[in-house]
Design a protein around this ligand. Structure first.
Ligand SMILES: Nc1ccn([C@@H]2O[C@H](COP(=O)(O)O)[C@@H](O)[C@H]2O)c(=O)n1
Ligand SMILES: C[C@@]1(CO)OP(=O)(O)OP(=O)(O)OC[C@H]1O
Length: 163
């Protein structure tokens, strides 16, 4: 029997001055960036929670506590590498990822292909299995007021020996 697991993730970070805007491991030119203990890469955070959720392994706050100085300013792609080791140590690999970043500004389309490249390399899957999309929220809500950026992700995992 083919064992497929799915997981979802969602995260929000506030937009503030004097921080870099990093999404999917790509630094995006913008007058503000996301606030967080790590680099606050909200897209990678949603993806990690989806991966952990698929195997009921908790969430990123449990694995990487935001009071631990070793995670201050850390690249979220480095945290994703760690999550991938956990997933692979349980005999699973990623089937596919779909995700969406909710941001009123800046325009993310020019940066999506580099995000997909970074994610496919870190998640050990081909780019064709990595989807990253962007949407505004039509100026509604906290995203529309540019107070923050949100991201949502869904992943499937396949048991390796059953392929
Ligand atoms: N920050 C964003 C938001 C959206 N896009 C692209 O624009 C398209 C239209 O967005 P709507 O919110 O008006 O539906 C969207 O499909 C994205 O391709 C973007 O690049 N960056
Ligand atoms: C990523 C971690 C790392 O300490 O910190 P933050 O960048 O603050 O991000 P959050 O989404 O609040 O998740 C908690 C932590 O896991």
């Amino acid at each position: 029997m083919l064992s497929i697991k799915v997981g979802i993730g969602y995260d929000v970070h506030a937009l503030v001055a004097e921080r870099s805007l990093i999404l999917g491991g790509v630094e995006i030119p913008h007058e503000r960036g996301l606030l967080g203990h790590s680099d606050a890469d909200v897209l990678v955070h949603a993806i990690m929670d989806a991966l952990l959720g698929a195997l009921a392994l908790g969430d990123i706050g449990g694995h990487f506590p935001d009071h631990d100085p070793k995670y201050r300013g850390i690249s979220s792609l480095a945290l994703l590498e760690h999550v991938m080791k956990l997933i692979e140590s349980q005999g699973y690999r990623v089937g596919n990822l779909d995700s969406i970043v909710m941001a009123e500004r800046p325009k993310l389309a020019p940066f999506i292909s580099k995000m997909r490249f970074n994610l496919s390399r870190t998640m050990h899957i081909e780019e064709a299995c990595v989807s990253v999309k962007a949407t505004t929220t039509e100026r509604l809500g906290f995203v529309g007021r540019e107070e923050g950026i949100a991201a949502q992700a869904i992943v499937s995992l396949k048991k390796v020996e059953e392929e």
